[in-house]
Design a protein around this ligand. Structure first.
Ligand SMILES: [Mn+2]
Length: 398
């Protein structure tokens, strides 16, 4: 009998809130602990171990300590890079982990003259493990259509970090039909943060779910992190998904229509729940006929939640709309946006003479800066803030 654990999408270092970053890591720790208890023969990590190709030192330090625990009891770890820990330069901290002897990156392929990509196996006893990494923006999908291997083995595992068609539903998203992948017994997949398992003939296709939810919506949908435990007995596979409950999630969806009275409404709704030690998720929706979202006193709400001893509080107001916003414009619609902006700024400066107006054009340019794909919000905020500080020459003050 051979036993293994299949993890994916750990995103170590991924949360901004300290409390959630802590849970994210604890969940990973519990899974390592559970793997050791279960006496697994090996562990698979199907991409996105780290949230970025260059994780912070603190995260690396703690992660290495966990990998050392597996190393000490001689449980090998096989992994591939995901879309997050992939780097265009080809260098990632996964290499450091591998050089230290803590894991084996099983990505191993050769580009053939006809354009096909031949994968080469890593053998764990008589089990063949193949791997092909994820790329940014689903770029791996075209490659995966060309991937193949020749060997016939008693048991074959293919590790991929991609999206199969079965899990996308109606979302317009690049994906690959699972039948297009070379034939394997177990598809150890990552990338889609869902728990998903299906089998066809002798092939099992598994997304174990992230080892901890990675954002507001995932906390709502998944509550907890999870991984897959597999057992191969005489060539037959038995698997189960194991969830890691740490803190309970309380999700509150509330409809509001008045920004001015919303604070009180939210507080009395929250008061109905026992929030002690919970992850509290508040989503507001609705159309405001009075006031705006800025009128909601979130500091009061946060203070209230602190008194109720919640573990952490997250809010989401992206589905609140304001009724009848109408823009009055005296300018011809054919006029180009930049001209309109310049004219408005000019008129504003005339009416409000002062030093500040000279910063306006630069500020406008900076504020139209966009978040890069996969850039964390707090990294983006730092980038934006330092630019704004430079323009306003505030760097010495703050
Ligand atoms: Mn991921």
């Amino acid at each position: 009998m051979v036993k293994f654990a299949h993890l994916a999408d750990c995103h170590l270092g991924g949360w901004r809130q300290e409390e959630l970053q802590k849970l994210n890591f604890q969940s990973f720790q519990k899974i390592i602990e559970r793997g050791i208890q279960e006496k697994i023969d090996f562990m698979l990590i199907s991409g996105d171990l780290f949230d970025s190709a260059y994780p912070p030192i603190e995260i690396l330090k703690d992660s290495f300590a966990e990998f050392k625990k597996l190393h000490d009891v001689k449980i090998p770890v096989y992994l591939i890079a995901g879309s997050h820990d992939f780097s265009a330069s080809g260098k990632t901290f996964l290499d450091v982990l591998e050089k230290a002897g803590f894991c084996k990156n099983v990505e191993n392929w050769e580009l053939e003259e006809d354009g096909r990509i031949r994968l080469k196996p890593y053998m764990h006893g008589d089990i063949a493990i193949y791997g092909y990494p994820g790329r940014k923006s689903g770029m791996e999908i075209e490659d995966l259509k060309k991937v193949y291997f020749n060997e016939v083995n008693s048991f074959t595992i293919l590790m991929v970090h991609t999206t199969i068609k079965d899990v996308v539903g109606t979302i317009p998203m690049e994906s690959i039909e699972k039948q297009k992948l070379p034939l394997a017994d177990y598809y150890a997949m990552g990338h889609i943060h869902q728990r998903y398992e299906t089998h066809e003939a002798n092939s099992h296709y598994v997304y174990p779910g992230p080892t901890f939810p990675n954002n507001f919506q995932e906390l709502v949908d998944l509550n907890y992190g999870s991984f897959q435990l597999g057992e191969i007995i005489d060539g037959n596979l038995k698997t189960q998904n194991i969830q890691i409950p740490l803190k309970e999630v309380t999700y509150i969806l509330l409809e509001i229509d008045d920004g001015l009275t919303a604070t009180q409404k939210i507080i009395s709704e929250l008061d109905k729940f026992n929030l002690k030690d919970k992850i509290v998720l508040l989503r507001l929706k609705g159309i405001l006929t009075q006031g705006k979202t800025g009128d909601i006193h979130f500091n009061e709400i946060e203070e209230f939640i602190r008194k109720k001893e919640a573990y952490v509080f997250l809010r989401n107001i992206s589905s609140v709309q304001i009724k009848d916003i109408c823009f009055e414009t005296a300018y011809l619609p054919t006029e180009d946006v930049e001209n309109i902006e310049l004219r408005i700024m000019g008129e504003y400066s005339q009416k409000n003479p002062g030093d500040f107006t000279k910063y306006l054009p630069q500020l406008m340019t900076s504020l139209s800066m966009e978040k890069n794909e996969d850039e964390k919000s707090f990294v983006f905020e730092d980038r934006l803030l330092s630019e704004l500080k430079n323009i306003l020459k505030l760097s010495e003050v703050i």
